[in-house]
Ligand binder design. Structure first.
Ligand code: C5P
Length: 321
């Protein structure tokens, strides 16, 4: 059972005050883009998953998913070596959580083919978790209602429900309560991938420290009317002008070269340039598909990123292929 799942970029990420549980209330406008990971799930009887799995890519591992079941996971592709292969892998957690809910053993073999950057601020780990939920649900013939998968997704991480949901949506709460946003047309993007990744928790922590140091008072965030209007009429120029990310100052402090990456994109005519989520991937809105290709080439030539990829959005959430 193979599921394709998109990356996300945040068009607006407004971070409210820190809550007692350590999370922040957000207004998070998610936009799914055509940069996909693929997760395949196979039935794996207990004896087949007892030892570490090994694949041709050599990126493999096996973990005990429950006292009487086991999940093995192999990862290939973009930065595969940096994906955890133990119980910390979100796709593994997803399989285990779904099996527990269904009252069965999570005996399954997972293979993740990555194109979404690891720890890149594009919710790659969350995407893999969402894909594993859909793949295992189908493989095990559970037919779980969408709301139930969304509930498990929210327990796995703040961005996992959106990877199921897809399209463009406003996330509130931790980002897990979703409302669909109407969008006309298609937007063209360039993503500049950085060397290494940033920890989401660290970036939120740095954002808190910065706010404390500057005495900035943050109010209750709300979705930008200008952003909603730009999306509703498919106006890329207007959208580029209102993209915003409250985590950007913190990400730029933790990863200083990103300021040059953003500047290079603006110099080459990006309609908007911002750090994607908690970074370090930078997102650039282009005028057209052709402009996105030219912009990606220019960013790579300027030596301000590891690699630059083009994508468009919105696209649907996790889907069986
Ligand atoms: O929910 P998830 O596990 O993806 O969140 C990773 C980390 O990001 C959390 O541990 C927390 O530090 C931070 N976070 C936050 N507020 C949110 C979402 C995430 O502080 N709304």
């Amino acid at each position: 059972m193979t599921v394709r799942v998109p990356a996300k970029v945040n068009l607006q990420l407004s971070v409210g005050p820190r809550r007692d549980d350590g999370y922040h209330d957000l207004v998070n406008v998610f936009h799914a883009v055509s940069l996909f990971d693929e997760v395949t799930a196979w039935d794996a009887p207990r004896q087949d998953t007892a030892g570490p799995g090994v694949t041709a890519s050599g990126e493999a591992g096996s973990v005990d998913g429950s006292p009487d079941g086991s999940v093995s996971v192999a990862v290939e592709g973009e930065s595969a070596a940096r994906v955890p292969l133990d119980g910390g892998n979100l796709a593994v957690k997803a399989a285990v959580a779904l099996a527990a809910r269904a009252g069965r053993r999570p005996d399954v073999r997972l293979r993740i083919r990555k194109s979404i950057p690891v720890a890149g601020g594009m919710a790659g780990g969350s995407a893999d978790a969402a894909a594993a939920l859909v793949a295992c649900d189908a493989l095990w013939g559970l037919g779980s209602p969408r709301e139930e998968l969304m509930e498990i997704a929210a327990e796995l991480g703040s961005d996992v429900p959106f990877a199921l949901f897809g399209g463009t949506a406003v996330g509130t709460g931790r980002g897990e309560k979703l409302t669909r946003v109407p969008v006309a047309g298609r937007f063209h993007w360039v993503f500049a991938l950085a060397e290494g990744g940033l920890s989401t928790a660290e970036v939120y922590g740095e954002c808190d420290r910065l706010r404390e140091a500057t005495g900035e008072q943050v109010g209750w965030p709300s979705a930008s009317d200008d952003l909603m209007a730009a999306l509703a009429i498919g106006d890329a120029k207007a959208l580029g002008a209102v993209l915003s990310n409250d985590l950007q100052p913190a990400a730029l402090l933790l990863c200083r070269p990103l300021a040059r990456t953003l500047a290079a994109g603006r110099e080459h005519g990006a309609l908007g340039a911002l750090v994607s989520g908690s970074g370090p991937t930078c997102a650039f809105l282009a005028e057209s598909e052709d402009h996105a290709t030219t912009l990606a080439t220019a960013l790579e030539a300027a030596g301000v990123c590891r690699t630059a990829v083009t994508a468009s959005g919105p696209v649907p959430g996790a889907e069986i292929v």
